[in-house]
Every structure is written in C-alpha cells, then in structure tokens.
Design a binder for this molecule. Sequence first.
Ligand code: BES
Ligand code: MN
Ligand code: ZN
Length: 449
Amino acid sequence: MRYEFSNSGDAVVKAVFDTQKVKKGSLRFELQAEKPTLLVGLGDKEAVTSASVREVFFGVPGQLSNYEIKRPVLEGLEEAELVTAAFEGIWAGNYVFTRYKKDELADKRIETLCVPKMDALKEKLNESTILMESADFTRYLVNSRSIDLYPQTLAELAKAELEPFGVEVEVLGKKQAEEAGLKAFLAVSQGSDKEPKVIIAKYNGAGDAPYGALIGKGLTYDSGGYDIKPGEGMFDMFGDMAGAATVLGAVRAAAAAKLEKNVAAVVLACENLIDGSAYKNGDIISSHRGKTIEIDSTDAEGRLTLADALSYTEETMKPSYMVDVATLTGAVVVALGDLAAGAVTNDEGLMKDLLASAEEADELIWQLPAYEAYKEQYKSKYADLKNSGGFAGGAITAGLFLGEFVEDTPWVHLDVAGVTYRHDKAKAPYPMGASGYGVKTLYKLVKNR
Ligand code: BES
Ligand code: MN
Ligand code: ZN
C-alpha cells in the first residue's frame, strides 16, 4: 500500500465521532452517497487516541474489499498523528500472507490511501511506511513454515532483504560457531540435520559509536526435543524464530529510515529436533560464558541459545545496550495472554526507555517482578545452573536465567510468546498469524537511545 496527497479517490472513508450516527468501533457503509462512503465510528473526540484509531481502521480493508475499492480518500481526521494511525491500521488490515495460498482478494486490496495535506504528515507517513514494510518482512519470516525456513534460508532472506539498505550481514556456520565456543547453542542444534547459523546484521549509521544490540531467539522449529511437545503445542513452533524476525525487521527499519545510530541484530538460528545425536534431559553442557548447565528439559532450549547469543554479543561487540526478543515461555502466555510482552531487566534506565518507546509505538510491555529469590529455582546440584526453574513463575525464572549470561551491559529481555502469533484470527491492529509485534517498539528504542 502507499499514500498520496489527493482527494480524488473511488470512495470515502470518513472518521465519525458522533456515536448517535455510528457506534464507536463500528463501520457503516453509505452507498447512496455521491461516492461510496464508509463511516468509521471513533466515539468521543476528546477520548480518541492513536491506538483506538489504529484499531478501528484495521477493519476498513475488510469492508472495502467487498466493493473493489482500491483508492479510498480519508476524511475527518485533523491531526497528523491520527491520520498516521489510520494509515497503519488500514495497512495491517490489508495484510495477507500469500506464500502458500493465492490471495483471493488480490485484486481488491487497497492500493493507495488518499490523505489530506497536513503539517508534518509526509514525514510521519514515510516513516510509518518503512515500519509497516519492515513488520511485513517480519510477518513473512514468521509465517513461513520450517520446511522452507530454516537457519540457512533465514540467513539468505536476511541478506536479501537487509543488504540493499546498506546493512552488513555476516553469517557464520557450524565450524565457526564451534571456534567461537557457542557450546550451549550447538548442543540445542545437534539433533537436526540443518546446519546452525549465526546471523549478524549490522547497520552503521553513527561511525565509531558503540552498537545497540538486538538479539532474537531463532529456533526455526521447536519440537521440544526428547522432552517432546504434544502435537497441538508443537504446531505453531515454526514461529519460534519470531524474536529473530522481529530484530531483523527492526534493523531493516532503522537502516531504511537512515537513522544516525549503530544497531545490530544477532541471531543464533537452529532447530530443536530429535535424532541419535540430539541432546537429552540430564545432560550437562557448557556455554560460551563457561558456565555449566544441567538440561532439566530439552524443551527449555531457547534460553540456551540466547545465553550464548548474549554472552557472545557482549564479548565481541561490546554494545551499549542489549535487548533480546524471544518466544521463550508458555508461562508468559498464562501471565499476560496475547496482549503484552513480559520484560525482565538488569537496568531500570534501559527498561524505562523501552517502556517509553513501546508507549510511542502503542505496543504493550509489562515488566515482570524479578526478585533475587527466584534464582533459587534454577540452581543445580551438579552444574552451575539448570535450564528450567519449574512451572511456578516460569517467565520470570527464564528471564533471570538469561541475565546470568550478561556481565555488565544494560539489558532487557522481552518474552513475546503470547503477542507474536495468533493462529486463526486477527486481533486488531495485528493480522492473523504472525502479528509483527515489536518491530516498531525496537525501532523507536534505537531512535531514542
Ligand atoms: N518455544 C517455547 C515457548 C512457547 C510456548 C512459545 C508457547 C510460543 C507459544 C519454549 O521453547 C518452551 O518450550 N518453553 C517451555 C519451558 C519449560 C520447559 C521450562 C515452556 O514454556 O513450556
Ligand atoms: Mn521449547
Ligand atoms: Zn522454543
């Protein structure tokens, strides 16, 4: 989709604040008007926010597609911020994943949104277009199935998508990962025939300044390993690289927007499968940091790959901050549902910046209480740590576990297991399947830090 400053379109999409006329949150067509007009009920003008506008406008493409309207004119919004929110809502509502099934509405999707001229709108919509295209890239990666999307192809797609924006993408194979001492990561990967890959995507917009590092969980499939998942829990696990897709999307956005910042995405990509050489419950493995880890569950694999990713990034890149994004626990889904990501940090200042960035992005993050005493839960009798803290407080202990592999760099862990994927229904302002959550928040963080 694109935007255009114009008032000549094939239909009108009109924001209405009068609830007598159109109920808040509902959409109503008026076909007898001069041009077909879709009334969009936003409720009390005083109470309208960019989030509420984005959410209601998400439903617009679904309505317009019935009438093959491809060039609607937006009317009734007077602030650039709200027009941008409407644009983003329509963009996401317009999204379809077409890799495996042809788009039945292909000829009916909105192509151009005509908007009125307003101060600062051009700048906002250009930035927004970059963010939405980047989120589409993230969604494409997450929605792609593991038979097509595995470490090698993830690396190839990252290169193809990011290099044109001047991002330098470096890919290391198994041998180099061994040389780098990524032992925990390699233990997880060893039950799969697919070669594990380390993907480092660097955008240099600020010379010699230190990088901000965005680290994404990159399990291109998580069967659970020998601690195998039941079928229904396994189904969605092609999306267990959503963290990786999110950080790659954010770096794409930073580069496309030419931010004067240095930011890198780091992804340790592999599959968690079962064969004769897979790691097992009870194994004791080592890690990049040198700490030993007892495998309490082969299904708590994400924290092993991330432990190495964090310590490797901290040591080799010396970043000014690190944020990891991971579909890490079912526990965070229990705690926060599909609305908010759960966060754990070692640095309240970075946490504050991230929360402020999320607020700007209209995305939800909830900081979890991470008291020292929780750390008892992942003590091991035979190793420095074990990789599960048990059922109770599982999202918190997983986060604290990761913190054991960060020395002194400000760091936030974001558990996106709930917000990142919705199997069979959209939830405004996110489309069905991969939501694209987080790209915007991370971009804002990079921009604001
Ligand atoms: N990838 C899963 C977490 C997950 C669950 C993501 C549901 C998306 C939706 C992760 O690797 C996992 O299996 N975690 C275990 C940890 C447990 C064994 C300590 C879990 O949450 O059950
Ligand atoms: Mn798992
Ligand atoms: Zn996993």
